[in-house]
Design a protein around this ligand. Sequence first.
Ligand SMILES: [Fe+2]
Ligand SMILES: [Fe+2]
Length: 193
Amino acid sequence: MALSLAKRITEYKLAKELFVRGKEIIISREVQEMKKYTQHGRTTVFEHCVAVAKYSLLIAYYLERVLSISIDKDSLVRGALLHDYFLYDWHIKGHAQGLHGFTHPSVAMRNAVRDFDLNRIEKDVIVKHMFPLTPFPPRYLESYIVSVADKWCATAETFKIDISSYLISRINYSIEIANIDSSICPVVLFAES
Ligand SMILES: [Fe+2]
Ligand SMILES: [Fe+2]
């Protein structure tokens, strides 16, 4: 379905902000491994994480502009991008350690701290994103936001509703360019494309 111009511009701006805030994670070769695994429906784990980061940002804009609540958007995006960084196919029996729904936040956390330097908000986002399925409630507002965005994206992806394909194509384009020349500034990338 063709996107309206206004929607396309919004997605373009969101992709730009998401790429700038999450660049270290988005372009990492290890994170690209998430493209190998399916999450819900036809959506890969990488696409799912990017979509969750996008909706987390949208919720953050709303809370900041309408309710004047301050959000740490860098930690929000980085945590969202890594919230399902478990790196296995959970559809195949035996790949998950225990019940995937309960154990994958801990696996994602283990992988994330191995590969990135994370702050306490980013760690909380990853390990608490399945609340209330997992019993410990989030400590930070950023974690609640990602948890809500995650549930919305999971539902839409399961029913094959297109919620982010244009934004994801923009992100993938930026990754390709960054791989060609990692010195190119992401802002310039978006301005030139
Ligand atoms: Fe998850
Ligand atoms: Fe998720």
